[in-house]
Ligand binder design. Sequence first.
Ligand SMILES: [Zn+2]
Length: 105
Amino acid sequence: MALIECPSCQKRISSKAKQCQFCHSSTDGDNESVRVISHIQKSNQLMTHSFVFLTLFIAGVVIWFWGGETATGMQSYIAVGCFVFGFVGYTITRARIVLHKRKSV
Ligand SMILES: [Zn+2]
């Protein structure tokens, strides 16, 4: 018995289960396609995450230079926060995408 990811909720379920025990979506016992779909959905999810973090990163830069002057006070904290969080998040997500792609489908 192997564990697969549910195509609907991504929770770990038995590959022999006819339906997910968490969200009750049917797996139809067609585990190969379920695995492939789950892999693709995970890829899409990671791409969305990297996009969100990239947007945050850019937002940080924009806030920092908003009004043509370097940010001060509260504005600079928000800018640096977005910038650092976006950068770190983006880097981690990119690494996760690389690791995910290395996994064979
Ligand atoms: Zn499920």
